[in-house]
Design a protein around this ligand. Structure first.
Ligand SMILES: Cc1ncc(COP(=O)(O)O)c(C=O)c1O
Length: 396
């Protein structure tokens, strides 16, 4: 018998889809992937060289539970340079990916029976992680007409005496929203007033377009900083998803709790990857900018193509590398033996009819939408959009 805790986990929708795609590929059928959640760029060579150096220099042993001192110092420098924030190494923990920092943070501040607010659509792992702590995720719908930006009044109506934290993500996966500073400020002040934590996942901070900039929650005021745990890492900004290095900064007692928890569950993150991540943070801005520019071109193209398809509306995302077209005008339509009742049916239809992989919005509490990642070459995006347009036209 497996535990009740684990039985409650809803497996990732994308996993079942990955299996279908793998089967198609096995049969030699080529699928264009709009489902991936990682940059299609290679990790820059300067970072790889540092990893090689790490092995040669003997960085092959455990590190402190909270991460290598030199990397934590580099994280402090990053927050100082980017946002003017003063942190010491006691405010920093390095983890096996931002994902581990997130679960560490939840485990450090949440008690069973409490509530964690999550604006939705949201990244699917948040909900399952909160459930694992024994707390209740309180999902609050953000408005598509407002670009899924933060609606603090709506959030405020869901704050109770059980609220221990809110988990936000800007730039957002899956919506691409980059929250406006004034809304972030309002939310920060609400957290101070009502005494709950903000876990601010800023992993896509560098991928912002059209002059938008990431508003770092902790930089808004001293009081807000004291209530904020910022989650970040090297995965998305430096095309390092497989290296598994993330980090969090926050109040000393929370970081200590996270570190104690991590010490017993992981010991420490991978040592050579930590060594190489120092280089990523210190010397890779040129790469980030060239990747961002390439994403900006693809984003513009894909949004134009989607909006030109009859029955689709798609707002222009301000950040990350995802678009969320609304497809509910197709619900009830048919072609051959396909009946589109929801976004799962639509993603199955697109995979089977025209061999493109997209993620159903249901996975992100966005039942009227699909999520498409534009982390693919412009050539593939063009071919995929041609296929999608043709397949959608067949639905009557
Ligand atoms: C919003 C968000 N946070 C965190 C992560 C996880 O990052 P990492 O690969 O560093 O664990 C992802 C990955 O898709 C993400 O989309």
């Amino acid at each position: 018998m497996i535990s009740k805790r684990v039985m409650k986990i809803i497996p990732s929708v994308t996993l079942a889809q990955s299996e279908k795609i793998a089967n198609l590929k096995k049969q030699g059928i080529e699928v264009i992937g709009f489902n991936v959640g990682e940059p299609d760029f290679n990790t820059p060579v300067n970072i790889i060289k540092k990893a090689e150096e790490a092995y040669q220099l003997g960085y092959t042993k455990y590190t402190p539970a909270a991460g290598m001192l030199e990397l934590r110092e580099e994280v402090c420098k990053k927050f100082k340079n980017d946002y003017g924030l003063d942190y010491s190494v006691r405010n920093v923990i390095v983890s096996a990916g931002a994902k581990q920092s997130l679960i560490n943070a939840l485990m450090a501040i949440v008690n069973p029976g409490q509530e964690v607010i999550v604006p939705v659509p949201c990244w699917n792992s948040y909900i399952e992680m909160i459930k694992l702590t024994g707390a209740t995720p309180v999902l609050v719908n953000m408005d598509e007409r407002n670009g899924f930006d933060l609606d603090v009044e709506k959030i405020s109506a869901h704050v109770t005496e059980k609220t221990v934290a809110i988990l936000i993500n800007s730039p957002n996966n899956p919506t691409g929203a980059v929250y406006k500073k004034e809304y972030m400020e309002k939310l920060g002040n609400l957290a101070v007033e009502k005494n709950f934590y903000i876990i601010s996942d800023e992993i896509y901070e560098k991928l912002v377009y059209d002059g938008n900039i990431n508003c770092c929650m902790a930089a808004l005021s001293k009081e807000i900083k004291d209530k904020t745990i910022t989650i970040n890492g090297v995965s998305k900004s430096y095309a390092m998803t497989g290296w598994r290095i993330g980090f969090a900064v926050g109040p000393v007692d929370v970081i200590k709790g996270m570190s104690d928890y991590q010490g017993h569950t992981t010991t420490s993150p991978n040592a050579p990857a930590q060594y190489a991540s120092i280089e990523a943070l210190a010397n890779t801005e040129e790469f980030v900018e060239s990747m961002r520019k390439e994403f900006a071109i693809r984003r513009k193209y894909i949004v134009e193509r989607l909006n030109a398809m009859e029955g689709i509306t798609c707002s222009i995302p301000k950040g990350a590398f995802y678009v969320m077209p609304n497809i509910n005008s197709f619900y009830g339509k048919k072609y051959k033996n396909y009946v589109i009742k929801n976004s799962m049916d639509m993603s199955d239809y697109l995979l089977e009819e025209c061999r493109i992989a997209v993620v159903a919005g249901e996975a992100f509490v966005a039942p009227d939408n699909l999520r498409l990642s534009y982390s693919n070459s412009l050539e593939n995006i063009k071919e995929g959009m041609d296929r999608m347009e043709t397949a959608l036209r067949k639905l009557k």
